[in-house]
Design a protein around this ligand. Structure first.
Ligand code: F6P
Length: 320
């Protein structure tokens, strides 16, 4: 079987591990891998690569994706999908491994309906696919966030300041919750535990009564960071700064956790394709690697971290 591989959506550390692992595993399943550049757009543009062109490159543990990625909303068009299937058929490609997030999986599901066998591998730093405990890249990104927060701590403490740090998450608070707890942040603001601007400022004011420096971790796309800083400065009378970690969180070599997870996901994807499965995505539940129909994955109930949220509330209370 000829299997196409694409990386799609925002890049995530660990994507290259998957590419390299499926290339290594394929011959043992009697399969051949065709690499496709720049996500779904690369199919339409027939931007295909022979594995030999990258095999000598030492890219496996690099951040990003050697195949490139583009967001390609045009692929929602049925005619374009049919064109993609025609192109894949003309190259003898029967199956596709799609490495990306939920939007990318929807494309995979539609291609499956048109006769291409598809398997999704969850890769996004946001950890926003509820059917899987972890997505590839989340561990690396949160470790980076922790390092950045700890680095900036010294200057904030030295200057007795308040710092609002915005982390990524695409309307999900996992990076903020995990990195905030790991760094013992004074206040954590995530969409899953919604607070008003006034509530946040009141909490910061409370903290300012017992310490001269304050760290607040805010998940992106939820609050206007500058507005929070201005309100805090006024209400709590404390010198306030903001820091957006931004795309730095997407870079860097994958952590050990992401490396191993990438290998496990790759193995499961090859096993599924060898059993002629299609329209599935792989994921994890602790150490167990699972396979879930893409439609089921898309409708999975919102993932919450109840214990972590409870711990956060207790710690917050304990500090009062
Ligand atoms: O989905 C990954 C992510 O990094 C989000 O956390 C962020 O909101 C978004 O992508 C940024 O997208 P772009 O790289 O297109 O600016």
């Amino acid at each position: 079987m000829k299997i196409g591989v694409i990386t799609s959506g925002g890049d995530a550390p660990g994507m290259n591990i998957v590419i390299d692992t499926v290339i290594t595993l394929a011959p043992q399943y009697g399969c051949e891998i065709v690499l496709i550049k720049n996500a779904y757009k690369g199919i339409i543009e027939e931007d295909f690569l022979d594995v030999k062109t990258i095999q000598h490159l030492n890219y496996r543990n690099d951040g990003g994706t050697i195949l490139g990625s583009v967001r390609f909303p045009e692929f929602a068009d049925t005619e374009l999908r049919k064109k993609a299937v025609k192109i894949l058929n003309s190259h003898g490609i029967e199956a596709l491994i799609v490495i990306g997030g939920d939007g990318s999986f929807q494309g995979a599901s539609e291609l499956s309906k048109l006769g291409i066998k598809t398997i999704g591998i969850p890769a996004t730093i946001d950890n926003d696919l509820s059917y899987s405990e972890k997505t590839l890249g989340f561990d690396t990104a949160s470790n980076f966030a922790v390092e950045a927060i700890e680095r900036v701590k010294s200057t904030i403490i030295s200057h007795h300041r308040c710092l609002f740090i915005e982390v990524m998450g695409n309307k999900r608070g996992d990076i903020a919750l995990f990195s905030g707890l790991a760094t013992n942040a004074d206040v954590i603001v995530i969409p899953e535990m919604k607070k008003s601007y006034e509530q946040i400022v009141a909490e910061v004011k409370e903290v300012s009564k017992r310490q001269k420096y304050i760290f607040i971790i805010v998940s992106e796309r939820t609050y206007d960071l500058e507005k929070l800083a201005t309100m805090t400065k006024k209400e709590a009378n404390i010198d306030t700064r903001t820091l957006v970690l931004g795309h730095l969180q997407r870079g860097g070599s994958p952590s050990i956790f992401d490396r191993i997870l990438g290998m496990k996901f790759s193995y499961k994807a090859m096993e599924l394709l060898s059993q002629n499965a299609t329209d599935y995505c792989v994921g994890n539940k602790g150490d167990e690697i699972i396979a879930v129909p893409i439609s089921e994955a898309a409708n999975a109930p919102l993932k919450r971290h109840d214990i972590l949220e409870k711990i956060y509330k207790k710690i917050e209370k304990g500090k009062e």
